[in-house]
Design a binder for this molecule. Structure first.
Ligand SMILES: *Cc1c(COP(=O)(O)O)cnc(C)c1O
Length: 377
């Protein structure tokens, strides 16, 4: 059997070990230290806008703290993109709130602004104004930010940006992760850069960041003994993980370029197929990091289905994966309200993510191409 080609693998740059060595030499083997501070500064510098970054143990933890800091409480409602990974929605339930799911639109596959506004009006009419809106930039594709931000502002509901998949993506030149009242990125092992596991909360103010650091380190009041007036969490990033992150930041732009090259490769592979669409930016305002390259297949035109392609790749030991199954169709969320049509559901039925790692070799790409072309009529 040939070596497995993965959907998205970790890809070290080389200097990660240098930062880890420094941590060992100075005995900063703890969830604080120079690498944590350095990594936060690297991210702030990269994102350019006036933001304050708190490095945490996971993107999921960052979403949880964002909801707490924005004051979301038991019984509140939070509007959430349905077409996403469960980690976007789960933290809403951690604070005892109820997710209200919103469909996607077909251009960016992200939250449909019209469905969002319909949901806000209807929830208000039913007597409950939603406390926050969680949008996502799936597979690195920026959402329809101009429209979504305008609606959030019109109804004065804070916007949380789940940019877990979109570090390095921009909308009109501004980095994803800097548009929300609070934003989140992830450094899990399969993301565009990794700290093995980790995430960050991107804040607009120093007060928000201080609060995030306070809550993520067990909410200790100022006192010589351990004193607590609030419930805390153990969510801070370790200084070892942050060392990996500092090394990864040195190569982030290269990683974005490599993933975008994979997208170009798939555009080329599928050029002569009818019925297959490669997921691409709608216009020049949108710059995707193309974290994962994805396609949709119209079986009637293409002559093969999403599952045909997935299983053909699997036989050659090449990993691919259906698009996210929408949250409103998940058994665990079957009581949650939903607004929209069948855009996300249809994408789930006909869509596939293809190998997209920044470390794919030309030999890997040739194997993928040969396997895909074997399906062409
Ligand atoms: C990965 C991911 C998360 C969660 O990040 P973790 O660091 O794995 O906790 C949240 N939302 C989306 C859209 C993701 O892809």
């Amino acid at each position: 059997m040939k070596d497995k080609i993965w959907l998205s693998s970790p890809h070290m740059g080389g200097n990660e070990l240098k930062y880890i060595d420094e941590a060992f030499e100075e005995n900063w083997v703890a969830p604080l230290g120079p690498n944590v501070n350095g990594f936060e500064e690297d991210l702030e510098h990269y994102l350019k806008q006036d933001v304050e970054v708190a490095a945490l143990s996971a993107g999921t933890a960052a979403l949880h703290l964002a909801l707490i800091i924005l004051g979301v409480k038991t019984g509140d409602e939070v509007l959430c993109q349905t077409f996403t990974f469960s980690a976007t929605a789960n933290p809403i339930t951690y604070v005892g709130a109820v997710p209200v799911f919103i469909d996607s639109e077909p251009e960016t596959w992200n939250m449909n602004p019209a469905a969002l506004e319909e949901a806000i009006k209807d929830r208000i009419a039913k007597g409950k104004k939603p406390k926050a809106i969680v949008i996502v930039h799936l597979y690195g594709m920026p959402a329809k930010l101009a429209e979504l931000i305008a609606i959030a502002a019109k109804y004065e509901i804070p916007l949380i940006e789940d940019a877990a998949e979109a570090l390095g993506s921009t909308f009109k030149g501004q980095n994803c992760g800097t548009f929300g009242e609070m934003s989140v990125v992830s450094f899990n092992g399969n993301k565009i850069i990794t700290t093995s596991g980790g995430g960050a909360l991107i804040c607009k103010t120093k007060e928000q960041k201080d609060k995030a650091v306070f809550l993520s380190t067990q909410a200790r009041d100022q006192a010589p003994h351990y004193q607590h007036s609030e419930i805390g969490y153990n969510y801070r990033m370790s200084n070892i993980s942050a060392g990996i992150g500092r090394g990864q930041m040195e190569v982030l732009d290269k990683r974005v370029a490599a993933r975008r090259k994979n997208h170009e490769f798939y555009l080329d592979v599928f050029r002569d197929f009818s019925g297959v669409k490669v997921f691409t930016e709608p216009n020049e305002d949108y710059f995707s990091n193309h974290w994962l390259s994805a396609i949709t297949i119209d079986e009637k035109i293409a002559g093969f289905s999403r599952e045909d392609l997935r299983l053909t790749l699997e036989k050659q030991n090449i990993e691919s994966r259906p698009l996210w199954k929408p949250m409103h169709l998940q058994p665990v969320f079957n009581n949650s309200p939903y607004y929209g049509g069948k855009v996300a559901e249809e994408l789930f039925n006909i869509g596939l993510c293809l190998p997209s790692g920044s470390s794919l070799t030309d030999a890997d790409r040739n194997r993928i191409k040969t396997t895909i072309l074997s399906l062409r009529k």
